[in-house]
Write a protein that binds this ligand. Structure first.
Ligand code: G6P
Length: 369
């Protein structure tokens, strides 16, 4: 059950391994007609409002905010709607320009984060349509929003979020594609391809987890690092942020996530032979550019750990360590690429003797400001 660790040493490791199953739970009843159609009952009545929205504002904290950043790329590319992603703690004290033309999506695993709830009330007071993406059934967020989608990841106990994140990204992908379909901004063919790609994630995730032991050996090499840099681009930029956050949260290594193209504007100054640089570098449209970022790091003696597409030979020669992930469409790649980063953080924290499930100073749900 969700409340016992079973064969695992920590809830976090158990929850990482549950992801193929929890993503399936997130689909259940929502990917219909032999996985070719998306049905989101919770949003049925509000879809006309979402279609009419001039802008979608996505709000969250921590890992939920990272899920929102991925959604920004999805909504813009497929549903052709302008998106802003905000930290709840900032949004609640700004003077946001919002009206009934706007749709606000609040993302929260717990549905009880104080800043997110305050942002929700502010958005409501401005007349915006407020929607929730939430894991905890009956939580304040789910009660206070007009409509929403539950992530159905099951109880998450590890303080550092893992399976709730992939469930949030799954829900956001379904919303983006459904919205695109309704608006006619996606071709039938692309829609079908993407729904199928989404449906294939659990199986591909299982393949990554089956091979997960290899990540232990990589953790052995880098667990004494003081700093780490994570790079990614496009859909994988938020994944770099999330990978860095995982490491920071549970191992107390200072880690920064960066858009790979921004490296030259600062982080490159930190590169030396003590700096592990984790680069999310699958074979997508950014591949060549990310490869040249890797060359820049190598030229300064940085240690590169690359997350690559299965069978990538070029990068294997160039970097210190590779972790392979199955080939996928770039729009669903975050759901795969994040898994090795969760495992890397886990194994490093374990080697450092940290309490992985309950890192110091952090809370599962921050219900006070
Ligand atoms: C805390 C947790 C994080 C979580 C964040 C937002 O910082 O430690 O794992 O991402 O709160 O929580 P929420 O429940 O709103 O998603």
């Amino acid at each position: 059950g969700a409340m016992d660790k079973g064969a695992y040493d920590y809830f976090m490791l158990k929850e990482i391994h549950e992801q193929p199953k929890t993503i399936e739970e997130t689909f259940r009843g929502r990917l219909q007609n032999d996985y070719s159609e998306i049905v989101l009952g919770g949003l049925l009545n509000v879809f006309p409002k979402i279609e009419a929205a001039k802008r979608i504002v996505i709000i969250g904290c921590g890992t939920s905010w990272h899920a929102g950043l991925i959604a920004e790329y999805l909504f813009e590319e497929y549903a052709q709607v302008s998106v802003e992603v905000e930290y709840a703690s900032e949004f609640r004290y700004r003077k946001p320009v919002l009206s009934s033309d706007d749709v606000v999506i609040l993302i929260s695993q717990s549905g009880e984060t104080a800043d997110t709830l305050a942002a929700l009330e502010l958005a409501k007071s401005k007349g915006a349509t407020v929607l929730g993406i939430c894991n905890v059934v009956g939580s304040t967020l789910s009660r206070e929003t007009e409509a929403g989608v539950y992530t159905h990841a099951g109880v998450e106990i590890g303080v550092a979020s893992t399976k709730a994140f992939t469930a949030q990204v799954t829900v956001l992908t379904m919303i983006a594609l459904k919205l695109a379909k309704r608006k006619g901004t996606i071709s039938n063919e692309t829609y079908k391809v993407l729904v199928k790609e989404l449906a294939e994630i659990p199986e591909k995730g299982r393949a990554i987890l089956d091979d997960g032991e290899k990540i232990k050996a990589i953790a052995e090499k880098y667990h004494e690092a003081v700093n780490a840099l994570y790079l990614g681009r496009g859909y994988l930029f938020p994944v770099a942020l999330e990978g860095a956050l995982k490491l920071k949260e549970i191992s107390y290594i200072h880690a920064e996530g960066y858009a790979a193209g921004e490296m030259k504007h600062g982080p490159i100054a930190l590169v030396d032979n003590n700096l592990p640089v984790v680069v999310v570098a699958p074979q997508d449209d950014y591949y060549e550019k990310v490869v040249s970022n890797i060359q820049e790091v190598k030229a300064r003696k940085g240690n590169v750990i690359a997350i690559v597409t299965e069978g990538d030979k070029g990068l294997k020669e160039m970097v210190n360590d590779v972790i392979e992930i199955p080939k996928s469409h770039p729009a669903v790649a975050p759901l795969l690429a994040v898994i090795p980063l969760q495992l890397l953080a886990y194994h490093i924290a374990l080697l450092k003797g940290c309490n992985v499930d309950q890192p110091r100073n952090l809370a599962k749900s921050v219900t006070v400001e």
